[in-house]
Write a protein that binds this ligand. Structure first.
Ligand code: AMP
Ligand code: MG
Length: 270
């Protein structure tokens, strides 16, 4: 449906988020109504591909999702994976590290959640928090987080060398859109549970977070594990883009049903 490559961050480029319109809906003619109607077909295609990946059980896919608060990570997961077989899809969410996690290196808690053969794993936040919140809030000295871009690139290289396909998505919303979404969390009792007063402190650090996201995109988009900056103010468009990205990636991986053990022609079950 879309040319996904327009959202891909070419390795080695300096990203400025000012150049990325969070309202974009390039490649889609219709509006919200048509956009919502277009999703089930993509859900079906994803299901078909995932079924093959699971049956084949030789390849694995990791989707990393990063965004600012209210960026839409949860909604993306809910909508994009509607209809897939839950057996083959895992979601790993990374919140504030526990004491035990903090006592280890920052990749320790991440590695065990990477996908096994046949699986798709979604990271809802990830090791990138260790160059985002950790950088912005200065949770470790600069000399420590500065080295992490390199570690992360090497970690992801190892994963891809060993057979994992990685795609990374940054959901790009505007500051105004974040205000509206945070206000909804305050005004709508159904959404109150999602609100943390810390979100307002983070909002005050908006510019510093944008800088940290830009550094992440500039320094860790690689040929083997590229970042995509997905316009995410329009939730329906965001869902279509992420779905299409996964469909394109899995199509490229081209999983196949295994050959049956023997010639099944003419066998009749009594
Ligand atoms: P949520 O995704 O709304 O459940 O929030 C998770 C919180 O955990 C966010 O405020 C993140 O910034 C925070 N978090 C995730 N990873 C880390 C990390 N490595 N160090 C510190 N805070 C983190
Ligand atoms: Mg939150």
């Amino acid at each position: 449906m879309f040319d996904i490559s327009q959202y891909r961050v070419p390795p080695g480029t300096l990203v400025s988020l000012d150049d990325h319109d969070p309202n974009a809906k390039v490649g889609f003619e219709g509006g919200k109504k048509e956009g919502k109607r277009a999703l089930p077909k993509l859900n079906d295609r994803l299901y078909t591909l995932q079924r093959k990946l699971w049956a084949e059980s030789r390849q694995k896919l990791l989707l990393v999702l990063q965004a600012t608060d209210t960026g839409g990570k949860d909604g993306t997961i809910r909508n994009v994976f509607t209809g897939v077989n839950p057996q083959g899809v895992r979601v790993a969410s990374f919140g504030k590290p526990t004491e035990e996690e903090l006592a280890h290196d920052y990749l320790w808690r991440v590695h065990e959640h990477t996908p096994a053969d046949g699986q798709i794993t979604v990271f809802n936040r990830s090791h990138y928090e260790d160059v985002l919140v950790v950088r912005v809030r200065e949770l470790v000295p600069k000399e420590r987080w500065e080295r992490r871009y390199h570690h992360i690139n090497e970690f992801e290289r190892m994963l891809t060398d060993e057979g994992t396909t990685i795609v990374k998505v940054y959901l790009n919303i505007s500051k105004d859109e974040q205000r509206e979404r945070l206000q909804k969390r305050l005004d709508n009792p159904d959404k109150n549970w999602k609100f943390r007063s810390g979100d307002l402190d983070d909002r005050k650090l908006w510019d510093k977070y944008q800088e940290a996201f830009e550094a992440m995109l500039s320094r860790t988009s690689t040929e083997y594990a590229p970042w995509y900056v997905v316009p995410a103010n329009r939730k329906w468009y965001r869902n279509l883009v992420v779905s299409q990205l996964l469909i394109d990636t899995l199509t490229e991986m081209d999983p196949q049903f295994p050959e049956p053990e023997e010639d099944l022609d003419g066998i009749v079950v009594e």
